[in-house]
Design a binder for this molecule. Structure first.
Ligand SMILES: NC(=O)c1ccc[n+]([C@@H]2O[C@H](COP(=O)([O-])OP(=O)(O)OC[C@H]3O[C@@H](n4cnc5c(N)ncnc54)[C@H](OP(=O)(O)O)[C@@H]3O)[C@@H](O)[C@H]2O)c1
Length: 247
């Protein structure tokens, strides 16, 4: 039996890209899923697709920048399934731009979704996981959590923060049997680059993604690998790039 069978997994940002692929991957391995994002039509369709193959799956429309909504999501998972085994803190935005363009709204969005959203997710599930004396929190960072490039400055700042938060979480909760995993993808096919409005950057990024981006299930397989390890093995960090991505 898969070590994912019957695990209760919350996935934020499940309405597209890596989150959606992760939902499908884990459903096929027998997980009980709690999906979250803002676009209800997408979540409803994904729920139907997964239910057609038999998996228990519920969803909630939430904005991860609201701590209250994140807490409601965790409460819903507990009410429906009685435990929370895994949180995949996946929701994220990447409206790259040069600093001098002063796209302050985009900076705030990245800080709110990519950093505060991840923290709110941790806060919402940690009391339950400590009580259970088991749990697993998987945070989506990025190659940009390791490398800073022109135009990716603020996004890279948020993804470095995700790695710092994950490492702090690991150290604080190791004694409570709570695992933490950082997943750092390179270029992956998804809707992530659609939010980029800086016209000096967009064509180059479009070209990079056209040339090298790998499928979202390349990342969901890595997430499943981390979850399916025995309880005493923690995969703390993985970088997954397209083979041909140089930077
Ligand atoms: N694709 C890549 O090349 C790549 C590389 C490195 C890291 N990543 C990271 O991987 C994660 C997933 O991204 P993706 O590539 O799958 O992009 P995506 O297709 O754009 O998916 C992003 C997800 O986040 C959700 N989301 C955004 N803002 C939200 C909010 N305020 N509240 C709730 N949900 C929100 C979106 O759903 P709604 O719009 O429906 O809310 C969507 O489901 C992100 O953290 C991203 O930074 C991606």
């Amino acid at each position: 039996m898969s070590n994912i069978q019957d695990k209760v997994v919350i996935i934020t940002g499940a309405s597209s890209g890596i989150g959606e692929a992760t939902a499908k991957e884990l459903a096929a391995k027998g997980a009980k899923l709690v999906l979250a994002a803002r676009r209800e039509d997408r979540l409803e369709k994904l729920q139907q697709d997964i239910q057609n193959t038999g998996g228990p799956v519920i969803y909630k429309v939430i904005d991860v920048t609201s701590y209250e909504q994140m807490e409601e999501l965790a409460e819903m998972a507990l009410k429906e399934f009685g435990k929370i085994d895994v949180l995949v803190n996946n929701a994220g935005v990447m409206p790259h731009s040069f600093l001098y363009k002063k796209k302050i709204d985009d900076w705030n969005k990245m800080i709110d979704v990519n950093i505060k959203g991840v923290l709110y997710g941790i806060a919402a599930v940690l009391p339950t996981m400590r009580e259970q004396k088991s749990g697993h929190i998987i945070n989506l960072s990025s190659v940009a959590g390791h490398v800073v490039g022109p135009g990716s400055t603020v996004y890279a700042g948020t993804k470095h923060a995700v790695r710092a938060i994950s490492e702090g979480l690991r150290k604080e909760e190791a004694g409570n049997n709570i695992r933490s995993t950082i997943i750092s993808p390179g270029a992956v096919q998804s809707e992530l680059i659609n939010l980029i409005t800086d016209t000096d950057l967009k064509p180059g990024i479009d070209k990079l993604y056209e040339d090298v981006a790998i499928e979202a299930n390349s990342i969901s397989r890595a997430i499943a690998f981390a979850i399916e390890q025995p309880y005493d093995v923690a995969i703390n960090e993985m970088i997954i790039r397209p083979t041909s991505q140089e930077r």
